[in-house]
Design a protein around this ligand. Structure first.
Ligand code: AMP
Ligand code: ZN
Length: 482
């Protein structure tokens, strides 16, 4: 079975194959950098990362590009309020943004194009639309897309373009608006005093791009006229993505994106987590409360991407416990592998069968529109069986290597163990898994030398400082968090 993805263009799950075999052209709408992104935004970035990792797992090369909106209505307003230039605003928020992506284990994109660095591409696109009769200059000097001239308008959001106001009689200058207000939208905005020092002198006049044209121009510049996948949060489906289709397909006459995929929202008390609602947490807020990025990653990936997810600290604690269970599994397998006891051929075969069944279940869940809840259920039933085999002394060097390999394969998609860190309980310092393992190895060495005072001291230190409980089993020490 290959990946079936829910395509919002057809509102169906469809078998996904890139147009060029083995190479996926994937564009995701990135952040508007006028504040630190919140966990809702992180949900979108982690969804892109999951999709990208799954397509890589299936043997594709993924050319992933994510834009940075560094000029639009919001950034201009924020820069004005703070007395900063757009460049200064970018400098302020770009570094923490990329650091957050790194902390969350998001793999690097091929490019992170900034809108302000691609103005000529946007101007050329508007000119191409004007040449085709799809754009016109309003009396205010701005350029608008003429939706009555583009018959396919509405094909993504499924609004009826015939019912919309024709031509210049209805126009919208703001970047964001509701479906009811669908009308000719701004491609290029003529300068007004509110823009202050934000403008470019171009063949279209003095002004700045509309938000929607930015993604059309940059995605096609980096990935070509037809993308395999275009992603974003569901809030972007209309008008942003509908307008991107109109601009891109209007100019090239070719299909712009073959698959349109959207993640559902992260909520707080049933409301979308949003900057304007002031109900948000940034990753920094969460880490300051001594939660780990691995728990955040787990929480945001665990729910299916097309289901809304309500954020609570209880669910974050549960995610943290799951991360610990996964680390514990890895440690238990590694400890069992060090046991001097020879494993039988039958034991090795048992491990091999367990791995095969697990990876098949994991793949079929992920191929089913990235069904992470099912993939994680498969992981936990694998963990239960593998822990049991290890406890029974049936995991040795060979069987353990197979179990670890399967775990690592799944983790190349989930990206949790590779972050290599756990979380201390409240008031405790998060401790790296490696550091825990180092302490346990020191204790083992002390026990071998029959230095029980030292071994007990390490056991107490792990418990008191890090909430880690040790249990001695026939195949070595196991640990879990209190
Ligand atoms: P923005 O910085 O607002 O342009 O958004 C960046 C990405 O985050 C876009 O793909 C949005 O659709 C997405 N997004 C914004 N808020 C949420 C939310 N509460 N839950 C999930 N995704 C969101
Ligand atoms: Zn976009």
């Amino acid at each position: 079975m290959a990946l079936a993805l829910f395509n919002n263009l057809t509102r169906k799950k469809e078998a996904f194959k890139p147009a060029e075999p083995g190479v996926v052209k994937f564009y995701g709408c990135g952040p508007t950098l006028y504040a630190n992104p919140h966990l809702g935004n992180c949900r979108a970035f982690l969804f892109y990362d999951l999709l990208r990792r799954w397509m890589e797992y299936e043997g594709n090369k993924v050319r992933f590009v994510m834009n940075i909106t560094d000029v639009d209505d919001k950034t201009i307003r924020k820069a004005g309020e703070e007395g900063k230039t757009l460049e200064e605003l970018y400098e302020l928020y770009a570094k923490p943004f990329f650091e957050d992506l790194g902390k969350l284990g998001v793999k690097k994109a091929e490019a992170y194009p900034r809108a302000t660095k691609h103005i000529p591409q946007m101007v050329r696109l508007v000119q191409a639309l004007e040449d085709k009769g799809l754009a016109y200059k309003g009396e205010d000097g701005s350029f608008y897309f003429k939706i009555s001239a583009f018959k396919k308008y509405g094909k993504l959001s499924h609004i009826d373009a015939k019912g919309l106001k024709p031509g210049a009689s209805g126009r919208v200058g703001h970047d964001e608006y509701e479906k009811e207000n669908a009308s000719d939208f701004a491609l290029w905005k003529a300068w007004t005093p509110d823009d202050g020092c934000v403008f470019w002198q171009t063949p279209l006049g003095k002004g700045r791009p509309g938000w929607h044209i930015e993604c059309s121009a940059m995605s096609m510049h980096y990935l070509g006229e037809t993308l395999d996948i275009h992603a974003g949060g569901v809030d972007l489906l209309f008008p942003h993505h509908e307008n991107e289709i109109a601009q891109s397909e209007g100019a090239t006459g070719k299909q712009f994106a073959r698959f349109w995929v959207h993640n559902e929202h992260l909520l707080v008390n049933g409301m979308k987590m949003a900057k304007r609602l002031k109900n948000f947490f940034t990753l920094g807020d969460i880490l300051a409360k001594n939660h780990s990025p691995a728990a955040v990653r787990w929480l945001l990936l665990c729910a299916h991407y097309r289901q809304q997810l309500n954020f609570t600290f209880e669910s974050l604690n549960a995610a943290s416990a799951s991360v610990d269970a996964l680390m514990e599994l890895k440690f238990n397998i590694e400890s069992a592998m060090k046991s001097p006891k020879e494993e039988t051929k039958g034991d090795v075969e048992k491990c091999a069968r367990l791995c095969k069944g697990f990876l098949a279940a994991f793949k079929s869940a992920m191929d089913d529109d990235l069904n992470t809840p099912n993939a994680i259920a498969a992981l936990f039933s694998f963990a239960k069986e593998a822990n049991k085999l290890a406890m029974e002394g049936k995991v040795g060097r060979k069987g353990g290597a197979k179990l670890l390999d399967a775990l690592r394969k799944a983790d190349s998609v989930l990206g949790i163990l590779e972050m290599g860190e756990g979380k201390g309980k409240e008031g405790q310092v998060p401790m790296e898994q490696k550091a825990i393992e180092k302490k346990i190895a020191e204790r083992e060495a002390a026990r071998k030398k029959k230095d029980f005072a030292a071994s007990d001291a390490i056991r107490n230190e792990l418990l008191e400082n890090y909430g880690v409980i040790l249990e001695d089993t026939p195949s070595g020490a196991r640990w879990r968090r209190k």
